[in-house]
Design a protein around this ligand. Structure first.
Ligand code: NAD
Length: 527
């Protein structure tokens, strides 16, 4: 690995703008004395403190949000959208501040922090401009042409509870709240305790852009403590995190008969077909496996390569991985940053050690780099991985990928689908029509051809989410905003009722109605 960072013993210098963090911490709804100290994985030094919320603070945040939401729901789509379009512009203008904060909270490289800025801007722009298209009252075909008029209305659920993880502190902290708010809801959010400031920074910016105070409440603390209060206070729950916690959230939502959307884990495959542009596939694999040091739900952890090109792919991919620059500075000078925590590092080390002990070959990486930072781990490529090894099927959620030869496209599809997960996949081929047909046979919510995840993720008009154990519900697209609403059918019946007119026997009415149904099926304009 090329080294592009100062020795880890040197603390990462804190930029002056972080002096605003104590002011941001005041946005947390908390009544007690407890504090949570947020430390950077880059140097283990403090970033700042936020107050620790209690379950009663969750209820308080929700009550206040509900009051503010009444007026918010009456505003027009344009009024609400204007706030998020201002947010879009100011976020891009002030990106250096949030890039520093995301890097400090998560440990990732600046380019990967920038992905979060771009993602947040794209989602804000998309839903600010298109919410009305999905949600404005719309005329629908009535039961009896000419007599029945029907409209579909979309009402906000009320208070949306959001639980976010640490791996994409800005994206995951904000992009699910945006459609919820634009649909007329209030939000109460619990960011991960390791990364609350990115959410608070965005909330502060949204206040500056005109979002009413109290509409989006933030509480901080352990999920196991605040979760039950949040489920009780919410009319819908949006959760992003592990599959294990997702099951728990689904049960709690089921008890209360409220909806939930769950964005969970993955073990994402990449398929390199025999006609792939190999250089492009190698570069794509490097991006797809090691962005945010692999702590990305859509990160590639399995690569299936046609056996005729496998040796060259493996050699080039290992070489490109070894050439990555590792670092921990708040600048653009390196490619891959740190893992986010001691737990993450332990999991990555355990997976690699287990695989190596059972006979896997380490083609690149495979070592912790204390010289660069407390949790830095080299991007790692493995071959010879077998089903007995933990990382064969379990999500590592780190910079570790296994490469396998396959004899055919069919084998690549079968092995890709042989997983309880189904979040993301990518296919590399010059024949994009063939790749598109193969994509529809993959059990994955997103399949990107000739790119790993960025192009699919950033195409926000289409839904994104998981098959199987990777989730329930979708973000992005129509589904990403409709889920935060109650659909309502309002129908006006004129003239005759849909019932036997006075004096007409029921059987005669049924015969006449049956004839009418058959006729309607034949008329293109009204069927
Ligand atoms: P996690 O489930 O441990 O924690 C996620 C969030 O849930 C945190 O805010 C945590 O405080 C909270 N939480 C934990 N226990 C809770 C409980 N009992 N009740 C309520 N809330 C609780 O997940 P993690 O390990 O922090 O995140 C990594 C996982 O998230 C990986 O599996 C990754 O694939 C997944 N993830 C998925 C997506 C996606 O969009 N599909 C995105 C990012 C991360």
């Amino acid at each position: 690995m090329t080294v592009a960072a100062p020795p880890a013993r040197h603390a990462v210098a804190r930029p002056r703008h972080l002096e605003a963090l104590p002011r941001l911490a005041r946005h947390v709804v908390a009544s007690g004395e407890g504090r949570i100290e947020v430390r950077s994985p880059l140097d283990l030094e403090s970033i700042g403190e936020v107050p620790r919320s209690a379950p009663k603070d969750v209820a308080r945040a929700a009550e206040r949000a509900r009051v503010v939401q009444e007026d918010w729901a009456l505003r027009t789509f344009d009024e609400r959208g204007a706030i998020f379009l201002r947010f879009h512009d100011r976020l891009l203008e002030r990106q250096d501040e949030i890039l520093d904060l995301v890097q400090l909270e998560s440990g990732k490289a600046r380019l990967h922090a920038y992905e979060e800025v771009a993602d947040t801007a794209i989602v804000a722009r998309f839903y600010a401009l298109h919410a009305a298209r999905f949600l404005a009252p719309a005329a629908r075909k009535g039961a009896v042409p000419g007599l029945t008029q029907t409209w579909e209305y979309r009402h906000p659920k009320g208070v949306v509870g959001i639980i976010a993880p640490w791996n994409y502190p800005l994206s995951m902290g904000v992009t699910d709240a945006i459609p919820a708010l634009l649909a007329g809801n209030a939000v109460v959010e619990k960011p991960d305790s390791q990364t609350p400031f990115s959410t608070l920074w965005a909330l502060d910016l949204l206040h500056e852009c005109g979002l009413p105070e109290g509409l989006w409440g933030v509480v901080c603390g352990a999920g196991s403590q605040l979760g039950p209060a949040l489920f009780d206070a919410s009319d819908f729950v949006q959760f992003t995190g592990s599959t294990a916690t997702g099951r728990h959230v689904a049960k709690a939502a089921g008890e209360r008969l409220i909806g939930c959307s769950l964005e969970l884990g993955g073990k994402n495959p990449m398929l390199v077909l025999v006609d792939a542009d190999l250089d492009a596939a190698v570069a794509g694999a490097v991006r797809g496996c090691f962005a945010s040091a692999g702590q990305l739900c859509v990160s590639t952890e399995r690569i299936y390569v046609h056996e005729s090109i496998y040796p060259r792919f493996l050699a080039d991919f290992a070489a490109a991985t070894r050439a990555l620059r590792l670092g921990t500075r708040l600048d653009w000078s390196y490619d891959v940053g740190s893992l986010a925590s001691a737990e993450q590092l332990a999991r990555v080390e355990a997976h690699v050690a287990d695989a190596a002990a059972k006979g896997a070959r380490i083609e690149a990486g495979g070592r912790r780099r204390r010289d660069l930072g407390p949790y830095v781990y080299e991007p790692t490529v493995l071959s010879g991985v077998t089903p007995e090894m933990e990382l064969h099927s379990e999500e590592t959620f780190g910079p570790v990928v296994a490469v396998y030869p396959v004899a055919s496209n069919q084998e690549a599809i079968v092995r890709s689908n042989d997983s309880p997960y189904g979040l993301n996949a990518s296919i590399w081929s010059r024949d994009t029509e063939l790749a598109r047909r193969m994509a529809t046979r993959l059990q994955a919510g997103t399949v990107t051809i000739n790119e790993t995840y960025v192009a699919g993720w950033a195409s926000t008009e289409a839904p994104m989410g998981g098959f199987k154990d990777s989730g329930l519900g979708r973000r992005h697209g129509a589904e990403g905003i409709l889920k935060y609403t109650e659909g309502q059918n309002v129908t006006v019946q004129r003239g005759l009722p849909i019932a036997p007119p006075k004096g007409v026997p029921a059987e005669a009415f049924a015969r006449w109605f049956t004839g009418a149904l058959k006729a309607v099926k034949r008329v293109p304009g009204i069927r």
